[in-house]
Design a protein around this ligand. Structure first.
Ligand SMILES: Nc1nc2c(ncn2[C@@H]2O[C@H](COP(=O)(O)OP(=O)(O)O)[C@@H](O)[C@H]2O)c(=O)[nH]1
Ligand SMILES: [Mg+2]
Ligand SMILES: [Zn+2]
Length: 288
């Protein structure tokens, strides 16, 4: 029997493929090695099924590929921060946003622990930049309806510093999706603490924990390309006096005007400048 499915985890040479209402333990046919495609978590595949076991016969083209960790077809990277404990760093949020944009995956922001503190300041900065922002409390189960609604039908990776509440949120989200109770309490409690990457099914989509994603320095792009990854700078084309304006020291700069009018948040602009300078240094060093 042939089925369409999604690879949700891989352990010891086996791929676990969710198809219709079952999970099948699958092997991959040797052909993928020849074609230099490795089945990856998140891959949409066709499997040949025999009882509970199967083999992967085809891998569908990927819409996105994350490298660290390797996961295919992620639609959204949900950048999770805490309203407090730990205090959020705008610089880190901006770095993670750019890293997601560079991967070609749409980012969104989730501010957790809003029971401790309201963060309208952060909401304003990022909504103005064009991002979706969710304010929730995993502990008090506040604001989660809107978040759950957004996750429907998508594959969403939850990223962010340790302690911000990713595991708490994922437990809430997946327990909610599994209300029918086919999974025992014991399994449930353990499953968001494991170290391997695994997709968890929710309403028509999947969620996963990618704790370390996006926290490293932005790399692999030229300094002059950086502005393409700041949505609020996307409309600058042809509006500055100089072609190829970096929006830093040039006169008659449209982005500087937006900054002065309050259309771009100062913290966003500062992050842009800091990343730009860093990217410039890397390039100079490589050229020597
Ligand atoms: N006050 C408050 N604490 C929370 C909330 N969500 C999680 N925590 C606590 O924050 C700590 C870290 O949570 P955890 O889910 O393990 O974070 P992770 O490291 O990002 O996976 C735990 O002690 C949680 O109980 C919340 O909404 N409000
Ligand atoms: Mg965790
Ligand atoms: Zn400019």
């Amino acid at each position: 029997m042939r089925l369409n499915g999604t690879i949700i985890k891989g352990i010891g040479g086996f791929y676990y493929v969710k198809a219709s209402d079952n999970v099948y333990e699958c092997k991959a046919r040797g052909v993928f090695r020849k074609e230099r495609v490795t089945p990856t978590i998140g891959d949409k595949v066709i499997i040949d099924v025999n009882g509970e076991k199967g083999s992967i016969t085809e891998i569908m083209p990927r819409t996105s590929s994350l490298v660290r960790p390797p996961v295919a077809n992620i639609d959204t990277i949900m950048i999770v921060v805490a309203a407090a404990e730990p205090d959020p760093s705008l610089e880190l949020i901006d770095k993670m946003l750019v890293n997601a944009e560079v991967c070609g995956i749409k980012p969104a922001i989730c501010i957790n622990k809003t029971d401790l503190k309201s963060r309208e300041d952060i909401v304003e900065i990022y909504q103005k930049a064009g991002y979706e922002v969710f304010c929730v409390s995993a502990e008090k189960n506040l604001g989660t309806d809107k978040l759950f609604e957004y996750l429907k039908g998508k594959t969403t990776a939850f990223a962010g510093l340790s302690g911000v509440g990713k595991s708490s949120l994922l437990s809430l989200i997946t327990d909610d999706a599994l209300e029918t109770g086919e999974v025992s309490e014991k399994i449930r409690r353990g499953r968001h603490t494991t170290r391997h990457v695994e997709l968890f099914e929710i309403d028509g989509g999947f969620v996963l924990d990618t704790p370390g994603f996006g926290q490293l320095e932005v790399e692999g792009i030229k300094a002059d390309e950086l502005q393409n990854y700041f949505p609020e700078m996307a409309d600058a084309d042809g509006k500055c006096r100089f072609r190829g304006c970096a929006h830093i020291n040039e006169p008659d700069c449209y982005i500087k005007e937006k900054l002065e009018n309050g259309e771009i948040a100062p913290s966003r602009y500062e992050s842009y400048k800091a990343m730009y300078e860093k990217l410039k240094t890397v390039k100079d060093w490589l050229l020597k």
